[in-house]
Design a protein around this ligand. Structure first.
Ligand code: CMP
Length: 148
């Protein structure tokens, strides 16, 4: 299933500004299938693990503060070539450089408050899906939703 799933997170700013619906609509229109989705608030320690790859960056502290400032929507998406196609749909990290019509161009306020996260590789997609959802590969493969 590698290559067919990606992970996205609608970030606190976009959640607070009522952008969940429009963003989900764009995801849907672009042909992605939602395999799993939840509305959660990350603890600082959890956010530090999720963004561990950026721990040496100057922006790390602010990134953690922002991502834990309110609820996020964590989503597993399925589509052929999911990681690359989703990155095209969201646009580049910095919204001032993002292409017209992309999610970040439409909904991001700044590079820090950039509306959504999207996995950058198939490998990281699996890691990030499993951070929020147990056995996510199996769910994606079976086309099932999770049991509570
Ligand atoms: P995201 O795709 O969630 O991955 C890491 C995040 O760090 C990124 O989006 C940005 O929101 C945030 N960030 C803050 N400052 C910077 C920066 N200068 N360069 C890249 N990412 C940044």
């Amino acid at each position: 299933m590698s290559g067919n799933i990606t992970f996205t997170m609608i970030k606190p700013g976009a959640v607070q500004n009522e952008h969940i619906g429009p963003i989900l609509s764009m995801i849907n229109d672009a042909g992605f299938r939602i395999v799993a989705m939840k509305y959660v608030k990350l603890r600082t320690t959890q956010a530090e693990v999720f963004y561990n790859i950026h721990k040496e960056k100057a922006f790390f502290k602010d990134l953690i503060k922002f991502i834990t400032s309110g609820p996020v929507v964590a989503i597993i998406l399925e589509k052929e070539n999911a990681v690359q196609d989703y990155r095209k749909l969201i646009g580049t990290t910095d919204p001032t450089k993002a292409e017209e019509g992309t999610i970040r161009k439409l909904f991001a306020k700044s590079i820090e408050h950039n509306a959504v996260h999207g996995s950058d590789s198939n490998e990281n997609a699996i890691i990030e899906c499993n951070f929020f959802f147990s056995y996510s590969e199996k769910f994606a493969k079976d086309g099932n939703c999770m049991s509570v």
